[in-house]
Design a protein around this ligand. Sequence first.
Ligand SMILES: Cc1cc2nc3c(=O)[nH]c(=O)nc-3n(C[C@H](O)[C@H](O)[C@H](O)COP(=O)(O)OP(=O)(O)OC[C@H]3O[C@@H](n4cnc5c(N)ncnc54)[C@H](O)[C@@H]3O)c2cc1C
Length: 307
Amino acid sequence: MKWLKALDWFLREKRIFYKEEELLSPHTTIKIGGQALRTVYPKEIKEFISLLDYLNKEEIPFYVIGGGSNLLVNDKGYQGVVVFTKFMKGIEIFKENEVLRLKILAGTKINEIIRLGYERGFGGFEFLAGVPATLGGAIRMNAGAFGKSTSLLVKKVTLYQEGEVKEIEPKENDWTYRAFKIEGIILSAELELIKAEKEEIRKNLQQVWEKRRATQPISEKTFGSVFKNPPCCYAGALIERVGLKGYQIGKVKISEKHANFIINMNGAKTEEVLSLMRLARKKVYENFNILLEPEVKFLGIEDGCLD
Ligand SMILES: Cc1cc2nc3c(=O)[nH]c(=O)nc-3n(C[C@H](O)[C@H](O)[C@H](O)COP(=O)(O)OP(=O)(O)OC[C@H]3O[C@@H](n4cnc5c(N)ncnc54)[C@H](O)[C@@H]3O)c2cc1C
């Protein structure tokens, strides 16, 4: 690949940390995925922007990964550049009265935001406790649980869009179920947490943890929900009703705790996950005439892989 040498030169000159042909599996929560040609780890917004400018200008294929917690990567690898946001983290306190206004870099983990809020007596993000996501990934996916979603907290998003940095104050219709509709790479965002008694926040956290422990395979290797819930009902309930709870193909199986989770039993292949997804989709369609849409994102896998 002609562009690789020039990219390496650029990264060295700018002193941006990168690796050659690194395996992606350790960077995903399901622990599946081959090598990317290059993985790059910007540490601050300036570095991130100059890298994005370069990748755009040179038309180099790239993909941004946060916590890798909603991602299936091809075990044959990705012929492009993966940009990790995980070193680009930090929280700045803007205002602290009835609300706590925070400016947060995209690679910051949700749990760090919840912890900072708790320490100062502000809550609102507890519904995502235990979810191994970064803020950028949670905004892009409009991550949610127990009737709440990330959109409720986000006041401003700083995005990189086609060579420009833009600040957006999202409106209600910029959000939808499991997506922030405005395209672009999320660099940072401003969030508001609400004043609350520490004891109340602690109780909320405990309830969320208990519910997750009871209903989800949280200690297994998964990528969270496989399919989006269709308007009528829960995807997991439909998969359970077609008899696939606990069903196994090779080294992957549908969780016995929650049928919308796929577990890597160690050594799973990408194709095994896709086969299980195809089977669940086919059976649910045949039985209920409902076509399940994936919630998980794919990297290095062709569109139409579930057809
Ligand atoms: C145990 C477990 C529990 C989970 N529970 C929930 C839950 O309750 N609710 C829920 O909604 N999800 C849940 N998930 C799924 C997942 O955590 C969320 O979708 C989360 O928002 C993904 O964040 P991430 O940082 O890991 O993103 P990644 O998986 O790294 O990426 C997901 C997508 O976001 C994009 N992206 C990441 N960062 C950026 C950025 N800075 N700018 C633009 N795009 C970006 C990626 O390119 C990709 O398309 C769970 C997952 C696990 C493993």
